[in-house]
Design a protein around this ligand. Sequence first.
Ligand code: NIG
Ligand code: FE
Length: 394
Amino acid sequence: MTATLITNIGELTTNVEREGDPTGVLRDAAVLVEGSRIAWTGAMTDAAAAAATRTGAVVVDAGGRAVIPGFVDSHTHLVFGGDRADEFEARMAGVPYAAGGIRRTVAATRAATDDELRARLTGFTAELHGQGTTTFEIKTGYGLTVEDEARLARLAAEVTPEVTFLGAHVVPAEYADRREEYVELVVGPMLEAVRPHARWVDVFCERGAFTAEESRRILAAGSAHGLLPRVHGNQLGHGEGVGLAVAAGAASVDHCTYLDDADVAALAGSDTVATLLPGVEFSTRQPYPDARRLIDAGVTVALASDCNPGSSFTSSMPLMIALAVREMGMTPAEAVWAATAGGARALRRDDVGAVAPGMRADLVLLDAPTRVHLAYRPGVPMIAGVWKDGERLS
Ligand code: NIG
Ligand code: FE
């Protein structure tokens, strides 16, 4: 089994709680990787003894720089055709964002071949890895026919085990006057066709997309077929998304931009993660969600990119951290936790998001002495090394 010893780490974020610090920082630390898993973490001075039994371990000198767990991006929409740069440009000139733009991407995606979508997915995978994201989720939702939704799920499953069925993204144009029929299709043949390729079911519960009643029905049908629920809610205004996500036992409710006190209380008393997607507010000129309020109320918060061609065409988790710190009241430590361990919670994964023996060896070496630089030096490339399942990717 191949082994790697990363030593001389100035600041190691383990996310294993230690002395009241949820991010479990170790100074002057080392990590031993064996095969695809973490074998040991500890003080650099103990590293030689820890590695002694592993002959031929590759030694990487971190040079006093920081190491963090690989980012876990729990919310993306990466299987699509075309882009909507024109819509973004119009928005920056004052046109508001509306859910209806999704239909344009649906048309472009239906027109794309498998190979075109696959090539794009391969490119995005490299883009994410290069920025330190080692686990990511992908939603369907730009097909909206039985065949196209199954196709998108199948293609997404080629690059990630975290595939989400989002047939309830928007009612497609051809069903505009027959929305009940579309919901029937989603909970019937579409769910049946997508289920073999997916782990999750999601619904966009929002004005202009799906009502709370429709959303509950779709989540229940997905659950009955063995898919685990998650929800897009409270993105464009106040609504029932958070309440129904908590009631359904969803792993996560995503966006959470407009929350009232009852939403915050419901989240605080639940296992549902609030996943905040600041790339959306950045790209749509909406107010940012109030992460401070959620964290102070005891809610588990995750950060994700929501990478999609409409509301947030960025896959940069460092940007999400910078926005969360600058605009949403999070400390750098909270933001890094939310982008790693928080994402893992949102995906109900206990093998990623932390650096501890037995966890997957997904690690990022920063070209900086501390993780604070992710927010302190926004927009500056600082990913010096990425390991996924013990393999060095860059
Ligand atoms: O998460 N909210 C719904 N879906 C995406 C936007 C998709 C689009 O505009 O194409 C989102 O923001
Ligand atoms: Fe989304």
